[in-house]
Design a protein around this ligand. Structure first.
Ligand code: FMN
Length: 212
């Protein structure tokens, strides 16, 4: 497979100190909103990298469900591979790639579980089949075959028919990322990209520029 002729040039925008927000959450909101307006499917998708007890990294997409009170919230199964990693090493690197605007946002932060009440409130808003899917799946555990999974799903559907209250699984809920740093990357011509980093230092956000 030869990919060396794939080459893009980036001209969509710039990111200059003169038009930056002083707070990275405001900068994130500004960029996210402009991306969301494009109505691209899964515009709230982000890659989350974690590290296991052996130091092995892994990465997967999750959906960002809220940014509130200085936290980025996503939901998952606490017993999943990522949930296990986060028990041992509660730090993530989160990455957004907004290709149409030639942008990347990288966040590193501490991770804490959100309260059970908050998770339950969100779980109750999920569509019925998503609730059943979460209840029926021991995420990241091996399973014999597809039909075993479907049988498990059908059993939960039978137990909790549509219209009934599906209880939130014990090991399911939200994680909150509390950012320690943000990097905003804007592609520019000639590979002279803009890279702006915000770092949390003594409760203040400092801003610096990196070489591309
Ligand atoms: C577009 C997209 C959205 C996803 N959203 C979530 C999500 O919000 N929560 C989640 O646990 N998994 C989500 N997944 C599945 C994960 O990428 C991953 O397969 C799963 O969480 C198991 O990961 P783990 O074994 O590393 O824990 C999503 C996958 C895709 C492609």
């Amino acid at each position: 497979m030869d990919l060396h002729n794939i080459r893009e040039s980036y001209k969509f925008d710039s990111l200059l100190e003169s038009n930056l927000e002083s707070n990275p959450f405001d900068q994130f909101q500004h960029w996210y909103q402009s991306y969301a307006e494009l109505r691209i499917k899964d515009s709230n998708a982000m890659a989350i990298a974690t590290v296991d007890s052996q130091g092995n990294p892994s990465n997967r997409i999750v959906l960002l469900k809220a940014v509130e009170d200085g936290e980025f919230i996503f939901f998952t199964n606490y017993g999943s591979a990522k949930g296990q990693d986060l028990l041992i090493n509660p730090i993530v690197s989160a990455l957004f790639f907004w290709r149409e605007q030639e942008r990347q946002v990288r966040i590193q932060g501490k991770v804490v579980r959100i309260s059970k009440e908050k998770s339950e409130a969100y779980f109750a808003t999920r569509p019925y089949l998503s609730q059943i899917g979460a209840a029926a799946s021991e995420q990241s555990q091996p399973i014999d075959d597809r039909s075993t999974l479907e049988t498990k799903f059908a059993k939960f559907q039978h137990e909790y028919p549509e219209g009934s209250t599906v209880p939130m699984p014990e090991n399911w809920g939200g994680f909150a990322i509390q950012p320690l740093s943000f990097e905003f990357w804007q592609g520019r011509e000639g590979r002279l990209h803009d890279r702006i980093v915000y770092m949390l230092e003594r409760s203040e956000w400092t801003i610096s520029r990196l070489e591309p």
